[in-house]
Design a protein around this ligand. Structure first.
Ligand code: PEP
Length: 259
């Protein structure tokens, strides 16, 4: 068995322009360093997902000051180049030193009608360019009532990995749609149950080794006051944080929890 390095990922959504991003990342770095000094070394990797227009500034800051913060895009195109107005390719993200890219966030699925098939192509595109997909899956309140907790996330995972083989480096984020931005987080036990089912599905699709190495995050109203419960679960390897990632102090205190 491999020890999975926990990941605390902040999805900024449509918040913070490039100047605000510089100030934020600087302050986050100081705060994380202070917290490490005070509480000991946190074993978690810390990632931020700024808007595309911030990435060049974040790249420069991280490189110049040798920060131990990584970053990624909130989406990518399934295409590499061409007549796709408004799109950003995996190659462009990789050229800006992005480690990760979020794929299939529920807001993209809902507001931009992204389908499971399209998300599968995005996963292939991300891997092709050496980006680690942070693949988001999760059920709505209605799905939960009709199908139970795991059916929809598992179906979404299967669809998104349809074109993937070998030993991909990927992260799966279980984000129940009813918990996102609602203040109503899943319980740690609910998150663990779905994460365990997702890991079993990964084992079936890509083998035990990939299932063992893949980080599965919980996302949905994570805060410094509930992170500890999620981190205690054996199959939950960190969190994808929306609202609380926009407050430096709050995000840093989420990131300092040990696995
Ligand atoms: C998200 O949008 O990925 C998310 C988890 O949001 P929040 O933390 O605000 O619920």
């Amino acid at each position: 068995k491999v020890a999975r390095v926990p990941l605390i990922a902040g999805n900024w959504k449509l918040n913070l322009d490039h100047l605000q991003a510089i100030a934020f990342v600087q302050k986050l770095d100081w705060t994380l360093k202070d917290a490490r000094h005070e509480y000991g070394i946190s074993g978690s990797e810390v990632a931020v997902f700024p808007p595309f227009t911030d990435l060049r500034s974040v790249q420069n800051l991280v490189a110049a000051d040798k920060l131990s913060i990584v970053f990624g895009g909130q989406d990518l195109s399934e295409h590499d180049s061409g007549a796709f107005t408004g799109e950003i390719s995996g190659a462009f993200l990789k050229a800006l030193d992005c480690t990760y890219v979020i794929i299939g966030h529920s807001e993209r699925r809902t507001l931009h009608s992204e389908t499971d098939e399209q998300l599968g192509r995005k996963v292939v595109a991300a891997l092709k360019h050496g980006l680690v997909p942070v693949l988001c899956v999760g059920e709505t309140a209605e799905d939960l009532e009709i199908h139970g907790p795991s059916a929809v996330p598992v179906a979404q995972l299967r669809a998104a990995l349809a074109g993937v083989s070998g030993t991909p480096n990927l992260v799966v984020a279980y984000e129940p749609v009813w918990a996102i931005g609602s203040g109503q987080a899943a319980t740690a036990e609910q998150a663990e149950q779905v994460a365990a089912t997702l890991r079993a599905t990964l084992a079936e699709l890509l083998g035990e080794e990939v299932a063992d190495a893949t980080r599965i995050l919980y996302g949905g109203s994570v805060k410094s006051t509930n992170i500890a419960g999620f981190m205690r679960q054996p199959n939950v390897d960190g969190a994808l944080v929306g609202g609380a990632s926009l407050d430096v102090t709050e995000f840093a205190s989420i990131a300092r929890f040990q696995k």
